[in-house]
Design a protein. Structure first.
Lengths: 133, 157
């Protein structure tokens, strides 16, 4: 009589153990998917903020033609970028008799990994004295 | 009276499995949806980033042409015939067309951003002063003729 009473309880525990095993395995997979989604979302947010920042830099640089002045103005108006992002710049100037063509290449990195890189330019007449209408 | 024994009212066998399968299914659906949403957002931002890069590369090429044209205009002002000298110089730059306008010469050219879009530029260089005037510096599709018109009723029976 005792044996027949214990049978459903044993079956129940076996079921619980199998269900928990299944749940823990699938939970691990699901958590990794959530973590992947979070990583992509973070990367996407960073890229978005960097793009807005880059566009602001390009528009200010097109008028000033000076990289340092441009970065100061954009930092003042738009605020600083996320501290984890590093910005490196490379400026190249070509002068002729009529004016100066400047090219500014910006490289945004996070932990050494490149997020975004782009080049903008400015043409200023007469070597910096912007006389264009 | 020999009545059957009443059954225990606790959780039956199979109930836990069903609940766990349901919970796992719900979590899986949420995880896949959030991953898909993040992926779509990422892809959209990648495309926007690529376009921004392409646009400013084309803008840089357009400014390089402007720089060359301004140099030509500057040297042409020192020559006897401004218009002829400018036309000759501008003719060496591929894709630039020039026409005489009041007080100077208008140069027009376009630079490809991608397969579908261009930056159209029209600038007037004046003979008497060093300044130039940008008439048009805008983005447009390659050709309006390629776009099919809307199939609407033309008003005739």
């Amino acid at each position: 009589m005792n044996i027949s009473n214990k049978r459903p309880l044993n079956l129940f525990f076996i079921e619980i153990i199998i269900a928990l095993l299944f749940f823990s395995i699938s939970g691990a997979v699901i958590l990794s998917v959530f973590a992947g989604a979070d990583r992509r979302s973070h990367k996407s947010e960073l890229l978005e903020s960097v793009m807005v920042y880059s566009q602001s830099i390009a528009e200010v640089y097109a008028v000033s033609g000076n990289a340092d002045e441009t970065l100061k103005t954009v930092e003042k108006e738009c605020g600083r970028l996320d501290e984890s992002i590093e910005l490196s710049k490379f400026e190249e100037k070509t002068e002729n008799t009529a004016g100066t063509l400047s090219k500014l290449t910006l490289r945004f990195t996070e932990d050494g990994e490149e997020i975004y890189k782009f080049t903008c330019s400015a043409y200023i007449q007469n070597g910096g004295n912007n006389e264009q209408t | 009276m020999n009545r059957p024994k009443q059954k225990n009212a606790g959780i039956g066998v199979g109930y836990v499995t069903i609940m766990i399968i349901f919970a796992t299914l719900c979590l899986t659906v949420f995880a896949v949806l959030s991953f898909h949403a993040a992926g779509s957002n990422d892809a959209l931002n990648d495309r926007a980033g690529e376009y921004l890069k392409e646009y400013y590369e084309a803008d840089t090429r357009a400014k390089e042409i402007l720089c060359r044209l301004d140099e030509i205009a500057d040297s042409s002002r020192n020559s006897l015939f401004f218009a002829e000298s400018f036309e000759e110089g501008a003719g060496e730059i591929e894709g630039v067309s020039v026409k005489n306008v009041n007080g100077g010469i208008s140069a027009e050219y376009s630079v490809a951003i991608n397969e579908r879009q261009n930056i159209f530029v029209s600038i007037t260089f004046f003979e008497t002063n060093k300044e130039y005037q940008i008439n048009v510096w805008q983005t447009g599709t390659n050709s309006f003729e390629d776009e099919p018109g809307l199939n609407v009723w033309d008003g005739t029976f």
